[in-house]
Design a protein around this ligand. Structure first.
Ligand code: HEC
Ligand code: HEC
Length: 204
């Protein structure tokens, strides 16, 4: 099953072209993303019900961020606020905003030195999320440094159906609540890692 899923996801990955870099206008994105920073630009800002911290976006793959926004828009991911935030913009707006919010992407270390001992349940995850939590393709999210409570929430949503991503549903289904806690803590501790998006610096 793992091999099949991997093949499937690589096909999906090739649909996105390097044209990305040429069409994204991060400067325009900085102007558009003002409201996004009301949550994503404040360190440790929390989602109200249930209570968990909003994800860090800085250092994330912008391609992945766009895929995530498309999932909130289509309802593949259920979250009322993010559905509204993802639905009121054109595709180009989202491309520009994700380029700005992500900033410089966290790169995998040449020789990863994982922080702490990986839980046994991480054995399958490394194929896509790397040994140090850096997604191995631009479509696979980086988990390194992400808030542990957000990672826990995301994995629970894949398991229980709040997120319907076909790849992650299969992997999350095999995890116990205890595995999820251990995996979230492990990936959250990895460095270099994600950070809170910065406010744009005013032009001099
Ligand atoms: C009211 C607070 C709030 C605002 C405003 C907001 N977000 Fe979010 N965002 C969240 C929360 C909470 C989540 C996690 C939802 C979940 O559990 O799936 C999230 C998730 C995301 C994700 C997915 C990250 C990942 O790792 O998968 C992206 C991308 C994102 N937001 C981009 C944006 C953009 C772009 C805007 C502005 C157009 C925006 N957000 C505005 C609270 C907010
Ligand atoms: C075959 C590749 C693959 C494997 C193996 C895999 N993942 Fe994922 N993972 C993905 C993809 C693709 C996504 C994005 C799904 C989406 O769009 O919601 C993702 C999303 C996630 C997210 C959500 C990140 C965010 O910012 O919201 C978490 C957490 C996660 N994976 C953890 C894991 C863990 C833990 C394992 C091992 C038990 C694992 N993954 C195994 C490909 C994989």
């Amino acid at each position: 099953m793992t091999k099949f899923v991997l093949a499937l996801s690589l096909v999906a990955a090739s649909v996105f072209s390097p044209a990305w870099a040429q069409t994204a206008d991060a400067e325009r994105g900085a102007r558009l993303a003002y409201t996004c920073l009301g949550c994503h630009g404040i360190p440790n800002y929390k989602n109200a019900y249930p209570n968990y911290r909003v994800p860090k976006l800085r250092g994330q793959h912008p391609e992945y961020l766009l895929i995530a926004l498309q999932a909130y828009r289509s309802g593949e991911r259920s979250h009322a606020t993010m559905h509204a935030n993802a639905s009121s913009w054109s595709e180009q707006d989202l491309v520009d905003m994700t380029a700005f919010l992500a900033g410089p992407v966290v790169a995998a270390a040449a020789t990863p030195k994982p922080v702490g001992k990986a839980p046994d349940a991480a054995a399958t995850c490394v194929a896509c999320h790397g040994t140090d939590g850096v997604g191995i393709t631009p479509q696979y999210p980086t988990l390194a440094g992400q808030h542990a409570d957000y990672l826990e929430r995301a994995l629970t949503d894949y398991k229980k159906g709040g997120r319907k991503n076909a790849i992650m549903a299969g992997f999350a289904a095999q995890l116990s609540a205890q595995d999820i806690k251990a995996l979230a803590a492990y990936y959250s501790a990895q460095r270099p890692g994600l950070a809170t998006s910065l406010r744009p610096t005013p032009k001099k």
